[in-house]
Design a protein around this ligand. Structure first.
Ligand SMILES: Nc1ncnc2c1ncn2[C@@H]1O[C@H](COP(=O)(O)OP(=O)(O)OP(=O)(O)O)[C@@H](O)[C@H]1O
Ligand SMILES: [Mg+2]
Length: 324
């Protein structure tokens, strides 16, 4: 086991998030808001699926890809090359790059999400393939985590990852990945584009596609809550039984679309920034996202580096100050 092995540190991001916010201990006083439905993250017990599931592969169970996946490019879609240098500069996972502590952390996080996707009853399976990446307040690392999660999941066998920029007020995914702007989800919801599949951008990272936010309007939340949105969003998972849809969400307490998106998603990955997120914000955010049954906390501890605007590492690795 090398020095970067997760076993060397104090548990996974999920466990440390639970520890940070005193999960499992009785509260000193009753919380001021309705008791949220989150609980200490636990690996669900394995349940044999009724029918063979495409996600039930040895590679997924171990959290590692066994061989390079085959890239299938659908005809007629936009294609784009992901800017590896931008990923490197942003401190993100670089496809094909060396295995970093960050990559190891996201292997653990994605495995939890994939296990939940596999473990739910067949009736909820399609919904469980939709993961909303959210946080209580702005700037807590949602987009950072959504991109890293998508890159990590795309390395799995037998999946297609669709990263959806659903932060309509502050769409960041395309610029972070170096992908040119184009039509997206809002254009489909407004009816300007008939089919969401036509807006999807195939990337040069095998098994990773992106759905841009599209053209803003004043009624984004209403459009998201519409029957058409239900059809469009359900269609994203229905179009491909191997597809996992990751939504980069707006912050739960600063924008209304997050709670509407939680109605659609089967899992929420709630990013908690260790140096910023307050416990009351966390409780309020989980209450707002309560429409989603599976809420997982991920602790993102970033620290400003001396002498620059660069942020540091994930909590617990102790390499944020010097080892970059
Ligand atoms: N663990 C991390 N390591 C390095 N940089 C990070 C980390 N987490 C976040 N950052 C950086 O912090 C900044 C804010 O993160 P990000 O944009 O992902 O937050 P956000 O929650 O999506 O913000 P917004 O609500 O404005 O959309 C970005 O520059 C991002 O690259
Ligand atoms: Mg963002």
């Amino acid at each position: 086991m090398n020095d970067h092995s997760p076993r060397r540190y104090k548990g996974t991001l999920l466990e440390r998030a639970a520890e940070q916010f005193h999960y499992g201990q009785p509260p000193v006083a009753p919380p001021p808001v309705a008791e949220p439905r989150y609980a200490p993250p636990q690996m669900p017990a394995y349940q044999a699926p009724d029918e063979p599931l495409e996600l039930d592969t040895p590679a997924i169970r171990r959290g590692y890809a066994e061989e390079a996946p085959v890239q299938k490019i659908a005809s007629g879609r936009r294609t784009a090359t992901i800017d590896r240098e931008a990923l490197r500069k942003g401190g993100m996972i670089v496809p094909g790059g060396s295995v970093t502590p960050l990559a190891e952390e996201f292997r653990l996080v994605k495995r939890q999400l994939l296990l939940t996707a596999r473990g739910v009853a067949a009736a909820d399976a399609q919904r469980a393939r939709m993961v909303l990446v959210c946080s209580a307040q702005p700037d807590e690392g949602k987009t950072f985590c959504a991109i890293n999660l998508a890159l990590s999941m795309a390395a799995e066998k037998d999946v297609e990852i669709l990263l959806v920029d659903a932060d309509f007020a502050k769409p960041d995914i395309l610029s972070r990945l170096g992908i040119p702007e184009g039509p997206g989800l809002l254009d489909v919801l407004s009816g300007a584009v008939g089919n969401a599949e036509d807006c999807i951008v195939e990337t040069d990272v095998p098994q990773l596609c992106v759905l841009p936010a599209g053209t803003k309007s004043h009624s984004d939340t209403e459009m998201l809550a519409s029957d058409r949105a239900r059809t469009v969003i359900d269609g994203l998972t229905a179009a491909n039984p191997r597809r996992i849809v990751i939504f980069d969400s707006p912050p739960a307490l600063a924008a209304s679309p997050a709670s509407v998106l939680a109605l659609h998603a089967g899992q929420v990955m709630l990013v908690v920034r260790a140096d910023r997120t307050s416990e009351s914000d966390l409780r309020e955010a989980t209450a707002m996202l309560d429409a989603c049954e599976h809420i997982q906390l991920v602790l993102n501890s970033v620290s400003l580096q001396p002498g620059g605007r660069r942020f540091g590492s994930y909590y617990g690795y102790g390499y944020g100050e010097a080892g970059k």
